[in-house]
Each structure stands twice: as C-alpha cells, then as structure tokens.
Design a binder for this molecule. Sequence first.
Ligand code: MLT
Ligand code: MN
Ligand code: ZN
Length: 306
Amino acid sequence: MIIRILGSAAGGGFPQWNCGCSNCRSVREGLGKATPRTQESVCLSADDGNWFLINASPDVRSQIESFDRLHPSKPRHSPIQAIFLTNGDLDHCLGLLSLRENQPIVVYATEPVRRGFTEGNVLYRTLQRFPGQITWRTLKLGEEETVLRADGTPSALTVKAVAVPGKLPVHLEDLTTINEEVNVGLRFREPTNGRMLAYLSTVGRITPAVHDALEGADCVLFDGTFWSSSELSAHGFLGKSAEELAHWPVGGQGGSLSALSNVRASRKVFIHINNTNPILREDSPERTIVEAAGWEVAFDGMEIRL
Ligand code: MLT
Ligand code: MN
Ligand code: ZN
C-alpha cells in the first residue's frame, strides 16, 4: 500500500489567511523551522495505478497537481477511483465542488455525511450536470467491504468505517442532530499482504472504540489538530477548548500521545495539524516530545509504503 499525504494541515491551512500567530508569521516570512501545509487530504493505492482519495479539501486542485500519479493519462481521465469522506466538515468536502469539470466522480460517505452535503445545497447542482456525474456509495459502520473502483470492479483494498467521537459540521449545527455516523475513522486493508492503515483525523475523545479502531494497524494517521486544550482560547482566537471542537489534544496529561502509548503501529503520524500547534515548528520542545514518543508529524508530500 502506498500512502501519500497531499495535505497535512487542519481547516484554514498553514499559514491561514487571517492568522498572524507566531507560527503563521514565521512560516510566511520564511523564518524558523516550519513548512507551509495545505488542508488535510491523503491518497492511497495498493497497485500504484488505481488511487483513492481520503477527503476532498478546498486545496484539492493544487494537491492533485502536486502528485504526478494523480494526473490524467488521456485527454479526459483521472486515476482517482473514488473519494472517501470522514465527516462533513468543509475542509473535507468543499473540494468536491472543485471537481466539477464533466468528470464522473464516486464518493464514499455515511448517509448523514451525504445528506449534510447534498440537501438544501444549491451549489451541489454543479455535480449533477449529467446523469451519473456523481455516484454515492454508502459507508456502513463496522462492515469491512471491498473498495470498488469507479467502474464498480473490485480494487485490491478493503475498507471498514468505524464510529469515532466527533461533532456536526459547523454549518449544520442547530439544523440537524448528531449521531454516531457523522464522524468516522477508516481502516483500509490490503488482503493480499494484510497491511493496514487506520485513518482517524478527527477524534473528539479517546474511547475504547478509538483503541479498537487502531488495533492491528501498520500505520496510524491520527488527529494532531491541537497540542493543548486551551490553544485557541489562550490566543484569544476562539472561546472553545480543543475538546469542544472535537479534537482531543496531543500533549499534556491524558493527551493522545500518552493515551495512545500502547499503539504498536510501525508508523504513527499526526495529521490535520492546526496552524497554532507548536509541533509544526521542527525545533520546538513539543516536537521533540512527539518524536521521542515514536510519532511523526505529517507534511505535504510525505509518502508511506506499507
Ligand atoms: C474542524 O476540524 O473542527 C473543522 O474543520 C472546523 C471547521 O469546519 O471550521
Ligand atoms: Mn477540520
Ligand atoms: Zn496561525
């Protein structure tokens, strides 16, 4: 399995357009040890030919251009067989609207995530310009299924969606009710060699279900949004804790770094990193703590082979 990180930042990217925090300023000015990052998206393939996207970020166009394996091989073509959505947040879905150039696309999502994107959304009509422009395939919790290519034939991967504590997308708050299908982790497996990726980029709490979702994975890509609970409120950016935003902090007592110390995966990588997070700075004490615990910090262009 080849896993390529197309975008490693949380919503807003790094630097974020309206942010002048010390991280964003230093990366903008080329000072300090940190590199710019686009918004979270990953692609994977078992055969280096058929590629699957996890999340369609607002940066999807430049992300596809950034990786030659995703380029068309004919005048109208895409090696992207399907797109998986882990929740309905705009940083995961908005890119779908950018993929509107008369190319059929296939999207795997749970029912609430599909409805949240399609219902009452006049912009969605741009993906319905011809019959079959968009095909939705329903992710059912807890069922391992063969991932299908765009033409409906089996790929060399299976997927299992698992419920992970999360929250509603901001634009659906007060419009709909939360249930366990609004935020999922994805376990991708290659049956021929047993290799497995566990992908959990939004984790609101570390529960037994989260531990189960990571069990047996060779590679874990995990929510690295915030280092501390008060990261946004301490800066005066937002009066909400990391936990209230459904992103369990990495650092501190009970943070994911200590709560997941039993994870045995050979690659353990934090992704969806907010621009305020000190682990973005390669020379920060927090980065040293993460790396000493055997974890890595995802960057755009990172490639993992299992
Ligand atoms: C999140 O990760 O919590 C969301 O991307 C926030 C948002 O949509 O603004
Ligand atoms: Mn996000
Ligand atoms: Zn910032």
